[in-house]
Design a protein around this ligand. Structure first.
Ligand SMILES: [Zn+2]
Length: 480
């Protein structure tokens, strides 16, 4: 495999590449889905190939080889050069400024105790069907869907800096959804072993079956839930909910390619422009947002990115001020940086690497504070768990979020279940209203496995963690 990568690099350099990388990826995915007491789908497939990326005549070229033999990878290298030469006809006058990087060698492996691909399909299906049976026992629940997903990805990257990097990651996750129905409506409640880079032990150690009755009951309770009030409320947001709010309002907004207008599909630009670096007040002084691709079990943790840059941990928002971005070797110079933070990843051997969100999270509060104490300190609010619908504008500034389950908070007590809660805010006003974050005992990571970006679209995964946090006087209700 190493020889094939080096062969592709030789051909690319021989044809005039100023920079080249060759990346072999072999991915195995297994997905199992059940509906009530039947298996609705099982898939288990493997894909392997090589992507060759070059800079020639100041422009990018990329081509992929679907077969791992000499002829295919040589052809891919020749085609990548031809594409770069064609692209050079329309390149920006300044060309590509490619940040220097020392050559790296090494091997990264996700720590795995139980390889999920060695666990028999029968065992996985039996667990999912047992969950469904338990959920369906709850009076008022009409349906239960459950799902498991596993991915193993082996990568070998060689580039013309002299780097040779190997990584093998393993991702495991499971989730289920109870649906309760009455005469007029349907309500859903979800539970997950949120995807992590870990083995099957994650599935065994998450109380999937033990929580089934509660999950079913909470779906039913939402049918009789009180309607969402309309007005301003204090929101206490659980990390299982905040993960999506952070992803959409901070994560995507701090991808430097989008900030620079180089990539704008899928609500793709950003209000957090480069001229505001070190001055934009993104949120309250309690807001500290850290990117961390060294995080154990993080979905974006794999040692190096596809630019060959070592995984790093860095703040993007410090004490509420925007201080950095998620960068690649191509764009980091736009903020005066000489090195990339290593956020450039491709979703397969057939895709060109683009800036993807790192593992990004809200740092826990420094004062001792539990979720119970936070709710106890809230007079008139709403507590939200899990993710639901959302929408956000083109510049990631104006948004609306739903959730999975909602409770009224009255005089420091978690009370009745509410239904159909939505909240609306401007990103900086929302984060500006952050006035309490629970401490590190309550900090929990949640995985996102379906982040879409790019054109053609690529699907990436990353982890967003936080502790429960409170946001004062946010506009709720009113959405239809
Ligand atoms: Zn996304």
């Amino acid at each position: 495999m190493k020889e094939l990568c080096l062969r592709a690099l030789d051909v690319a350099r021989g044809k005039g590449a100023a920079y080249a990388d060759a990346r072999i990826i072999r991915t195995r995915r297994q997905e199992i889905a059940t509906e009530d007491q039947r298996v609705s789908s099982v898939s288990d497939g493997e894909s392997a190939g090589m992507g060759v990326r070059v800079i020639a005549e100041g422009a990018w070229g990329f081509a992929a080889a679907p077969r791992l033999d000499n002829e295919s990878v040589e052809n891919a290298a020749v085609e990548a050069i031809a594409i770069a030469r064609a692209a050079a006809l329309a390149k920006a006058p300044e060309g590509i400024r490619w940040a220097r990087e020392e050559p790296r060698t090494g091997c990264f492996r996700t720590p795995v105790r139980i390889d999920p691909f060695t666990v028999p399909l029968e065992e996985k299906i039996a667990l999912l069907l047992a969950i469904n049976a338990e959920v369906l026992k709850v009076k008022g629940v009409r349906k239960c869907h459950s799902h498991m997903q596993f991915k193993r990805e082996w990568r070998l990257l060689a580039n013309s800096d002299g780097s040779l990097i190997e990584s093998e990651t393993c991702t495991s996750g499971a989730n289920y959804q109870a649906t309760a129905v009455d005469e007029s409506t349907a309500k859903r409640r979800n539970f997950s072993a949120y995807a992590r880079n870990i083995g099957y032990e994650h599935i065994r150690e998450t109380p999937l079956l033990a929580e089934a009755t509660r999950v079913g009951e909470e779906a039913v309770a939402q049918l009789k839930g009180k309607p969402c009030p309309v007005g301003r409320k204090d929101l206490v947001l659980h990390p299982s909910h905040l993960c999506l709010t952070m992803h959409e309002s901070i994560g995507h907004a701090t991808e430097l390619d989008r900030v620079l207008g180089m990539e704008e599909s899928l609500a793709g630009s950003s209000f957090a422009t480069v001229d505001q670096l070190d001055s934009l007040r993104y949120g309250s002084p309690l807001m500290n947002v850290i990117c961390d691709n060294t995080m154990p079990h993080g979905l974006a943790s794999r040692g190096w990115d596809d630019d060959g840059v070592e995984a790093q941990r860095w703040p993007v928002i410090r004490d509420g001020i925007l201080v950095d971005y998620q960068t690649s070797r191509e764009v980091c110079h736009a903020i005066g940086a000489t090195r990339s933070h290593g956020s450039c990843r491709a979703d397969s051997w057939a895709s060109i690497p683009i800036i993807r969100q790192s593992n990004l999270g809200l740092a826990p509060g420094t004062e001792r504070l539990s979720l119970e104490e936070l709710i106890g300190d809230t007079k008139d609010g709403i507590y939200i768990e899990g993710t639901g619908s959302f929408s956000i504008d083109q510049r990631r500034h104006n948004f609306q979020f739903g959730g999975d389950c909602f409770w009224e908070i009255k005089n420091g007590r978690k009370g009745a279940i509410l239904k159909d809660v939505t909240y609306q805010a401007i990103t900086t006003e929302f984060w500006g209203s952050l006035d309490a974050v629970c401490d590190e005992r309550f900090w929990t990571p949640y995985g996102v496995t379906n982040c879409g970006k790019g054109d053609p679209q690529q699907i990436a995964q990353m982890t967003h963690g936080s502790a429960p946090a409170r946001f004062r006087q946010i506009s709720v209700g009113g959405a239809r």
